[in-house]
Design a binder for this molecule. Structure first.
Ligand code: SAM
Length: 211
């Protein structure tokens, strides 16, 4: 965390539910790559602004972002969170339950592309989508998110600037190439109004237009 991020984090104050989840992630030796505190709060605000009743998350890890999204859901709303690793999904579920949000979040274990296909088969549609899984498939996740989004939905994605590596000249590795492709498609897609916020690791926010 740099000085500015630490400053914002201090202003936001302590959050026992998120701190419990972060502690659980450390204890379980999971990667410490949960959404930053300032962006967690932004996820809550954006879910509220979208009036989200049906939310989707791609990449749960230990449930930090799931807690933030679930907090912003409209009354009666629910979040479906997709996670590859069953042990991560179990830990995320325990953190979401400890935060008192267990009745609002359902975890789907397995490869996200397969889960997305199942959700489409069930006729599910979403008014808030958060993309935060394997970077190499961000372009696919964007296409799926648009396909499963209702008009007026928000699509949000983390790590879209890869600490500036997307803007560095030279031949990129596969993750950088995929995230660059994601950013180009997101900002150029006529179905979206989109931008990239250059704080933390870069957050993309897109509004899905009526088509
Ligand atoms: C950056 S972490 C998610 C962090 C979480 N959104 C948060 O901020 O609290 C990425 C997660 O995506 C999961 N993941 C990676 N590849 C996946 C795939 N193909 N399908 C589903 N989940 C995947 C990883 O296991 C990991 O838990």
């Amino acid at each position: 965390m740099n000085d500015i991020e630490a400053y914002v984090s201090r202003l936001l104050g302590t959050d026992p539910d998120l701190e419990r989840a972060m502690e659980g992630i450390r204890e379980a030796d999971m990667p410490e790559v949960s959404v930053a505190p300032g962006y967690g709060r932004l996820l809550t605000i954006l879910a509220m602004a979208a009036g989200a009743r049906d939310a989707l998350e791609i990449g749960a890890l230990g449930g930090v972002s799931a807690i933030c999204i679930a907090r912003g859901l409209a009354p009666g709303g629910a979040l479906i969170s997709l996670e590859l690793k069953p042990e991560y999904a179990a830990i995320a579920r325990s953190h979401v339950e400890a935060a008192g949000l267990g009745d609002r979040v359902r975890f789907m274990v397995g490869d996200a592309l397969e889960s997305l296909g199942k959700l489409e088969g069930e006729g599910r549609r979403f008014d808030f989508v958060f993309i935060d899984a394997d970077k190499g498939r961000y372009p696919d996740y964007l296409e799926w998110s648009i396909r499963l989004a209702r008009p007026g939905a928000l699509i949000v994605a983390d790590n879209t600037l890869l600490r500036g590596r997307v803007a560095e000249p030279g031949t990129p590795g596969p993750s950088v190439a995929a995230v660059r492709a994601f950013n180009e498609r997101l900002t150029g897609d006529p179905r979206l109004v989109a931008t990239l916020l250059p704080g933390y690791d870069g957050l993309a926010v897109a509004f899905v237009k009526e088509v």
